[in-house]
Each structure stands twice: as structure tokens, then as C-alpha cells.
Design a protein around this ligand. Sequence first.
Ligand SMILES: [Zn+2]
Ligand SMILES: [Zn+2]
Length: 246
Amino acid sequence: MQFTVVGCWAPYPRIGEACSGYLVQEGDTALLLDCGHGVFSSLGRYIDYNFLTGVFISHFHPDHYVDLYALRHALRGAFMLKRRIEKLKVFMPDEPHREYAYFKQVPEFEVIKVENGLKCRLGSIDLEFFSTRHALPAYGLLAESKGKKVFYTGDTSLFPGLYQGKEGIDLLVAECTLFKGETSYAAQTGHMTTCDVALLAEHLKARRLLATHFWPEYQIEKLKGEIEEGYKGSLFMAQAGFKIEI
Ligand SMILES: [Zn+2]
Ligand SMILES: [Zn+2]
């Protein structure tokens, strides 16, 4: 699989960049993980949106889903011009219901409700969704192809159910929203600190760790230094255009 960072900021992007958006590709299968502010515009640097096979929306915070509106309009045009015939599979939670109900009736989308433990196959990639702990109902994803595994946390705090039974990860893509000193704010908002991210990577026996979901004002090198105190594997800090072969 190839993994590409389209955007990595939260909850708003740096100038000219994007919030959460990641591309997982294997052969002709292209899955977009989240579609936050700026992702639709940035996506064109890596793939024509008409070639997307699926989109996974981890939860309905705007920095993870709001550019689905742009994608929807673009696809409407593509359908009219017959550049695309197949509906786009969109995996999303069914809560809050207002957002789910809206996207469910979009004719260009085939909406699939995500549930804890749901497994399915998208082209050449096997998907397994799991619940996370966040301010809203939220999910993470385990994507597997040709024996390689990518684990995407979405937004979450750290809890044992997140990693138990999922050890042996080739690439862990983990939200790293806060510094290690911000544990109470992390618990309050449902996010991870650098220390949590390192612990999660150790529990999952992750060979490589890609930290992401950064507040634009934070110094990324400082976040990196804190993760390195607890995680000794290969560590990458997300930035737009970062690509890795898994
Ligand atoms: Zn977020
Ligand atoms: Zn969130």
C-alpha cells in the first residue's frame, strides 16, 4: 500500500494547507481517510477525485468532514459530464443524525454506516472499523492489504480497547494533538498527548509511527522530541505530501 498525507492540521489549517486527509492506495483502489478543511483542494495534487474508490469519515468534527460538501458538488459535475458513473462509497458514523441523514440522501454517494467491529473489503483493501473515545461518536480504521497493516486512530483518547488484539502494525497513523503536560485537557477533549502516542505505538508493536493532527501554532519538533522519549521505532511527523510505501 501507499500512504500519502494530504493534510495534517487541526482544527484549522496553516495557510494554503489542509486539515485531516490521508490517501491509502493499493493498485486501483484509493481510499481517502477523512476530508477536513482544504482537503478537496489539496487532494488534486495526488489524485483525480474521480478515481477515488471510497472515503472514510472518522467523525463529524468539521476538520474531518467538511470538504465532503466540495467533493459532493465536484462529483455531481462529474456525473453530469459522464466522467464518473459509479457512486462513491462513503463510510461514516450515523451520529450526529443530522449530518448522516444529509449525506445519506446525496445521490452521488453510497453511504455505509460504520459500526464497531464492522469489516468489509474495498477493492483490494480489507477494512475493519473500531470505536474510539472522543467528544463525538468516532471511529478508527485498520486497513490491510497483502499482509501489511495500517492503523488510523482518527481522534481519540488512549484506552486499552484501542490496541488490545491489534498488535503487529506496519504503519500507525496517530493523532498527536497535545504535549505531555496537557493530560487533563486531553482527557477532557478526547485527544492524545505525545506520551499517549508513544504508549499506543509500543502497545501495538508499530514498526513505523506517523504522528499527525497538529495544532498549527505548535512546534512540531518539540512534539517529536517528546514522542521519542517513549517510542524507539521509526517516527515521522506528518506534513502535506509525505508519502510512504508500506
Ligand atoms: Zn480533529
Ligand atoms: Zn474531533
